[in-house]
Design a protein around this ligand. Structure first.
Ligand code: C2E
Ligand code: CA
Ligand code: CA
Length: 703
């Protein structure tokens, strides 16, 4: 009879075999499968019925299963001995998996049938991990790139053989040290700071860096550093890999030489200096230092080439380049950027003495083919940050200044003035536009009446130019005449004004009104030697205009300073029959001189004195003085800028009877002149001047 234990225990053991996650195979004495547990069925995909009676190696072995291991197992089965081994098996779908197999013989004296039990567990994960590690280890050992592994304190934990090959340091020499033992000293602290910042922020840095081998030789490396976190963020290593790119660099340097250097002088070329200038600007900004860009051009270099031949010319350039390079401060950078043009870059403050010295470096005699020759240069200089523009702009501005220096003669320098330059640029643009506007007939004349208070007669109109700009509308002369002044357009525009004023007079004449007109003439235009002839032609072209009705208004100006020629010129004009008025009188320095020496018919008191004369005793005194002087010299006197009745009355009292200003009317288009005049005259016939001014007011024309 079996005891309860003898019944229950095998039963329970069978249960264990069924529920365990280990795979269990029971083989018969011949090694064929007798039973497998559900874990095996699930893992291998083979049902017991399908494999019962088959040898396990028949269906579990696959192409990569180790044949030696199979042989060993067979031997253990044959000898009935226990074994343990790792084995690659294949499941029913042909997928490989690693198992650890423990095999033990069963049966024997206790009466159990002899056979074998195999207990297997899946160890694929471990096996694959080990494999990865093995690959990693071989990458580490065999990589052509050097690898440094360092800990959190950046102490070297391991290096690979390539590290030793590239740096010359053996592994044992560097373990525990910082990778900075390789430092070449070429890079700034800031460089390393940014590198570590990048590692802190992105776990990565990559770039080129110069280091030093054990033998002291510098080498360039392309370095990549990664921070590798293990299980927690605080637990990390650094893996730095680098390759030696010195050879590449040297090759690049040769290419760079070809691209950046001038073969004749060996000096850097334009591309290089622009690059350098960009960097120098940053340094200048950082250190709050000025930067000087100089443009040097040999005077009359073409002559040397033409007379002595280009070989001699080349030799001269070579010598000059060499001298500039040797004799200027060490930190001066010199480039040859064109035929006989050099650019110099000077950091820190420079003085006139420095500019002179640069010129003298060139002007020291050169002996070529036993003949001493004298060469000079012109130097243009611009100063950053005052001239705040990009590298190309700085060179261009120094070039502009060099041209100004050339205009002064040989062996001169000129410093660029950014303010003036901006103004000149704008002026150039404006002049182009104005020339176009003359062509397109965009100018027009407006007319402002001048009044004789005694009899309320309009004695004439002043012609005032306006620019009818297609986009900007009506532009006042104060906004464009300054650009025209002293330009090639000054006479052309003056001419246009004279012609148009005369044409209007002719039209009015033909309409039955003889209207005197004052024409503003710029001083330079008037002093143009051709002026009188041209004026005479204009008058001839408008035969119905009586020259006596034309008044030329001339400004007191430096152009009239040579009063003798001015007087001469005005006299010639008056010979043509026209009258002359001195405009803006009182604003110049030598008003009294003009009054005495120039042959004029009328003076116009500048509106600035009129404006304030009621409140400012000084201005009033000036107005009174001018009126008094004018009367003494028997000139008519007209007050400009009369805006109110009070002004008009005060002037009348002071003895000035002629007035012009918004109080009477604003300047009006030519087309309005006749109707305005008619309106004025019909009122004036019946009323006093006071009423007249009041009614002008009522029409919204002024006061
Ligand atoms: P200007 O010869 O002194 O002309 C008088 C200026 O004063 C005109 O300005 C006129 O509109 C303004 N004006 C007249 N009455 C009053 C007033 O009661 N109050 C105020 N505040 N201003 C008054 P505009 O037309 O702007 O001309 C400015 C200057 O431009 C002229 O000063 C003259 O020097 C010049 N200009 C104008 N037309 C010509 C021209 O055809 N040729 C030349 N060379 N210069 C001209
Ligand atoms: Ca005027
Ligand atoms: Ca004036």
């Amino acid at each position: 009879m079996n005891t309860p234990d003898q019944i229950i225990v095998p039963h329970r053991l069978a249960l264990v075999a069924k529920v365990t996650r280990n795979m269990i195979l029971i083989l018969g004495a011949d090694g064929a499968v007798e039973w497998v547990n559900p874990a095996f069925e699930a893992h291998s995909g083979y049902r017991l019925e399908a494999i019962k009676g088959r040898m396990p190696s028949e269906f579990l072995a696959g192409p990569c299963t180790d044949q030696d291991s199979l042989t060993k197992i067979r031997r253990h089965l044959f000898c009935n001995t226990e074994f343990e081994m790792d084995l690659l098996q294949y499941n029913a779908q042909g997928q490989p998996y690693w198992v650890h197999t423990y095999g033990t013989p069963v049966g024997g004296p206790d009466g159990t049938a002899p056979g074998f039990v195999l207990i297997q567990s899946d160890i694929s994960d471990r096996k694959n991990g080990e494999r990865g590690l093995r690959i990693a280890a071989s990458v580490f050992d065999r990589s052509h790139d050097a690898i440094i592994i360092s800990d959190q304190k950046n102490r070297i934990v391991d290096v690979n053989p390539s590290f030793t090959r590239i740096t010359g340091y053996a592994r044992e020499e560097v373990l525990g040290l910082a990778p900075s033992i390789l430092s070449s000293g070429r890079h700034s602290l800031a460089f390393y700071r940014t590198m570590w910042q990048s590692i802190e922020e992105t776990d990565h840095w990559r770039g080129e860096i110069w280091n030093r081998r054990k033998n002291g030789e510098e080498f360039a490396e392309l370095l990549s550093i990664s921070r590798v976190h293990l299980d927690s963020p605080a637990n990390y290593y650094h893996v730095a890999t680098f390759s030696d790119i010195t050879a590449l660099k040297n090759h690049a340097k040769e290419l760079d030489r070809a691209a950046n250097y001038d073969p004749l002088t060996g000096l850097p070329n334009r591309q290089w200096i622009e690059e350098r200038l960009r960097a120098a600007k940053l340094t200048a900004d950082r250190n709050n230092n000025p930067l000087f860009v100089c443009y040097l051009d040999i005077d009359g270099f073409k002559l040397i080439n033409d007379q002595l031949g280009t070989d001699v010319g080349d030799e001269a350039l070579r010598i000059i380049g060499e001298r500039l390079n040797n004799r200027l401060e060490e930190d001066a950078v010199i480039a040859r950027i064109g035929g006989d043009e050099f650019v110099l870059l000077l950091e820190g403050e420079q003085s006139e003495a420095d500019y002179r010295r640069i010129l003298s470096v060139v002007s020291d005699p050169i002996t070529l083919q036993d003949t001493p020759i004298m060469v000079t240069a012109s130097l243009g200089i611009t100063r950053y940050p005052e001239d705040n523009t990009d590298a190309e702009g700085l060179i261009r501005h120094a070039d502009h200044a060099m041209y100004s220096a050339k205009e002064k003669g040989r062996n001169q320098y000129q410093v660029f003035d950014p303010g003036q330059h901006a103004w000149q640029r704008e002026r150039r643009f404006q002049l182009i536009e104005i020339a176009q506007a003359i062509e397109n007939d965009e100018f027009e004349l407006h007319f402002q009446p001048q009044l004789r208070m005694a009899d309320s007669e309009i004695i004439g109109f002043e012609a005032l130019i306006r620019w009818h700009h297609p986009e900007k509308g009506l532009i006042a002369p104060g906004l464009f005449l300054p650009a025209v002044e002293h330009s090639h357009l000054e006479s052309a525009l003056g001419q246009w004004v004279i012609n148009h004023a005369l044409a209007k007079m002719q039209q009015w004449q033909e309409a039955g009104q003889e209207i005197p007109v004052c024409i503003n003439i710029s001083a330079a235009h008037m002093m143009d030697p051709a002026f009188v002839d041209v004026l005479s032609d204009c008058l001839l072209a408008h035969p119905s205009v009586n020259p006596g009705q034309v008044t030329l208004e001339v400004l007191e100006s430096t152009a009239l300073e040579d009063t003798k020629s001015a007087a001469n010129m005005l006299a010639r004009c008056r010979k043509l029959g026209v009258q002359v008025a001195l405009d803006d009188f009182g604003t110049g320095f030598s008003s009294m001189t003009y009054l005495r020496s120039l042959p004029v018919d009328m003076i116009k008191i500048d509106q600035s004195f009129i404006r304030n004369m009621l409140s400012d005793a000084n201005d009033r005194a000036i107005v009174e003085g001018i009126i008094f002087m004018a009367q003494r010299f028997r000139h008519r006197v007209l007050a400009e800028g009369v805006e109110t009745l009070e002004h008009a009355m005060a002037l009348k009292k002071m003895g000035c009877d002629l007035i012009q200003g918004y109080g009477i009317a604003r300047p009006m288009p030519a087309a309005d002149v006749l109707s305005w005049l008619e309106n004025w005259q019909s009122h004036a016939r019946h009323k006093s001047i006071i009423h007249e001014l009041r009614s002008a007011n009522g029409q919204g024309e002024g006061i």
